[in-house]
Design a protein around this ligand. Sequence first.
Ligand SMILES: Nc1ncnc2c1ncn2[C@@H]1O[C@H](COP(=O)(O)OP(=O)(O)OP(=O)(O)O)[C@@H](O)[C@H]1O
Ligand SMILES: O=C(O)[C@@H](O)C(=O)CO
Length: 421
Amino acid sequence: MLLGVIADDMTGATDVALMLNRAGMRTVQVIGAPAAGAKLPEADAVVVALKSRTNPVAEAVADSLAACEALLAAGARQILFKYCSTFDSTAQGNIGPVADALMQRLNAHQAIVCPAFPANGRSIFQGYLFVGEVPLHESSMKDHPLTPMRDSNLMRLMGAQTAHKVGLASYAAVNQGAAAVRKRLAELAADGVRYVVADALDNGHLMVLGEAISDHVLLTGGSGIAMGLPENFRKAGHLPWRETATHLAAPAGRAGIISGSCSTATRGQIKAALAAGIPALKVDPLALASGKQTAKELADWALAQPVDKPFLVYSSDDPAEVASVQDKLGRDRAGEIVEHAFAEVARQLNAGGVTRLLVAGGETSGAVVQGLAIRTLEIGPEIDPGVPWTRVVDGPEMVVALKSGNFGAPDFFLKAWDLLR
Ligand SMILES: Nc1ncnc2c1ncn2[C@@H]1O[C@H](COP(=O)(O)OP(=O)(O)OP(=O)(O)O)[C@@H](O)[C@H]1O
Ligand SMILES: O=C(O)[C@@H](O)C(=O)CO
């Protein structure tokens, strides 16, 4: 193994795994912190998908260190700590503590902080993170239920989570190329700066950064910062050129979509699916809570639909409806009830012959993957930036695509099937 990645959520893990796979690294995703001494699958890159974005700090640190140990034991030469392209972490968050712990374990003197993902509209200028045309704190992330982002300055965001000094490698250096970035990193190191926020407005900048940090043992950021890494391994003679597959062989069986994501992008994708005539059933969290609706009913409805089309089971709703459900059930309980139901629905669907499954939402994906007892995924072709098809290699025989809430074009639920053979 060349590169080890520790991802703080399930769909973020498939996102970064896709980035590496597209650049020619055979990439495998394993679910959950590996047990001490557990052997990881053989691949150029292994991504460990944790659920450490919003859990207690001590747990996030312990799981990340366990993942790091397993990756090092499997031969990883570089460790990437992957978090969200919209940072998704408040002053009480886990990014700083996890990065600090990894820095100490790896004896790293400096690490880059770069959540940029230009293909999905996330760019960094003078250390400020933008989502599309607006700064992070003006984007829909300002109202995220768990991690409201009320600042866009990455030096301040990171500075609030670590005792180490945080500095900036700005556009002025990044735009000049890898040598200028290295010079800037050295200046900052001489000034005691351990975390360097790096500007990146486009993929060219990400390639420059990747080259400049080829000798960093620890990197932190979104999937974009992984873009330039395979080329470093190739130049060093460690990685042959590999063509990436454009299609994925899928087992015979039925196709379905489960969506618990209430993000704007997902709601648009549901609208497009409904308009295209995909049979759809809306889940009512209050009815689930009272037992009026059950996972079995949802699965039975889905399996009774025509076999020649995918079906859609969704709880996705607009913010006012979600807030009203959360007022009645409590935010955490509402989420748990829906996630628990979807995990059971996924199990029953697979038992009923569904082998091709699209899942929307990070938490929802985590619940479905757990429900299906999926332990390892092999990364396949890109449906849209940040979302690949994946094949289960340890778990039930099926293909799944795990979509981050905010990712994907409006026709995502319609076009994804064309990539399966
Ligand atoms: N109608 C609803 N009312 C209340 N909660 C809901 C409803 N539908 C889904 N949920 C819960 O909202 C949460 C949605 O989170 P999830 O991570 O799946 O999607 P997302 O936030 O859009 O995606 P991502 O984390 O990838 O950005 C889940 O806990 C889900 O169970
Ligand atoms: O980086 C992103 O935006 C995604 O991979 C993600 O982590 C969403 O939860």
